[in-house]
Design a protein around this ligand. Structure first.
Ligand SMILES: NC(=O)c1ccc[n+]([C@@H]2O[C@H](COP(=O)([O-])OP(=O)(O)OC[C@H]3O[C@@H](n4cnc5c(N)ncnc54)[C@H](OP(=O)(O)O)[C@@H]3O)[C@@H](O)[C@H]2O)c1
Length: 259
């Protein structure tokens, strides 16, 4: 194969892809020829992101871009998302479980039951459901890739992001379990654990100049990351370049973990 990163003709579903990391993953995969599905809760945001990506891809040998909204917290909406993807684009080759929520910042002792359940439902159960919905079509074709968007938060204890980090640790384990259960079907599953990336999700951690500088001082590269710097790893994991990698978690944090 000439281009190990080629994704021509692959159907890729990326949850939470109307902005941030998911949008960049969709763009970079489309630039590699994939037919991507943009999804998030808001239909308008999906349409806007899909139009932007289509414009950036046009003129290259890029793939198609389709917007299909859906809330990851509801099983019927995930069923509809997969069914519509199959109908309008094709059977899913690459599933990127990227969308997640974090409604609470503070000690775990004080988190409400509803916030705790929301984090577990949206960050773990939704990914489990999506995989249950998509894996049978991958098994049928004896090929498939699943990518879980985790976080370095899932690798260590945290005083204010405990429940979110718990859910992100579970996402790494979901990838490991799928890798073991479905490896014999030529299906690979890996997780990506980003450090601090400049998106709306993490705005509270970077919008204040002083706080940003203090955080940057704890990172080997002395800066926070960008969505593009995560998207390349997703292309690697989805493509032939990553074909012998499964069950792993790729840490991409500019050297934050080691300091
Ligand atoms: N940014 C960081 O520093 C960082 C670090 C480590 C890990 N991560 C992980 O990276 C992933 C993406 O985060 P991001 O920083 O790119 O966030 P972001 O810029 O806020 O984007 C989040 C995306 O998810 C969608 N979304 C939110 N809730 C949803 C729901 N219930 N159902 C479906 N879609 C939903 C949003 O669109 P709508 O509002 O239209 O739904 C949006 O498209 C998350 O899993 C996050 O935990 C981020």
């Amino acid at each position: 194969m000439d281009n190990l990163f080629d994704l021509s003709g692959k159907t890729v579903l990326v949850t939470g892809s109307s902005r941030g990391i998911g949008k960049q993953i969709a763009l970079q995969m489309a630039l590699q020829g994939a037919n991507v599905v943009i999804s998030s809760r808001k239909a308008e945001a999906c349409d806007r992101a899909a139009a932007e990506i289509a414009a950036q891809v046009s003129g290259s040998n890029g793939g198609s871009v389709t917007a299909i909204p859906g809330h990851i917290g509801f099983k019927d909406q995930l069923e509809d998302l997969v069914a519509q993807t199959n109908e309008r684009v094709g059977e899913i080759d690459v599933l990127v479980c990227n969308a997640a929520v974090n409604p609470y910042y503070g000690p775990m002792a004080e988190i409400s039951d509803s916030a705790f359940e929301k984090v577990l439902d949206c960050n773990i159960k939704s990914n489990h459901w999506l995989c249950q919905l998509v894996l049978p079509q991958m098994v049928k074709r004896n090929e498939g890739v699943i990518i879980m968007m985790s976080s370095i938060g899932g690798l260590y204890g945290h005083s204010t992001l405990g429940t979110y980090s718990l859910s992100k640790a579970a996402d790494m384990q979901l990838a490991r379990n799928i890798a073991i259960e479905y490896g014999p079907h030529n299906i690979r599953a890996n997780a990506i654990a980003p450090g601090l990336i400049k998106t709306d999700f993490s705005k509270a951690l970077w919008e204040n100049e002083d706080a940003l500088r203090a955080t940057a001082d704890t990172i080997a590269l002395r800066r926070i990351g960008t969505p593009e710097e995560i998207a390349g790893a997703a292309v690697f994991l989805a493509s032939a370049a990553g074909s012998y990698m499964t069950g792993q978690t790729l840490v991409i944090d500019g050297g934050m973990m080691g300091l």
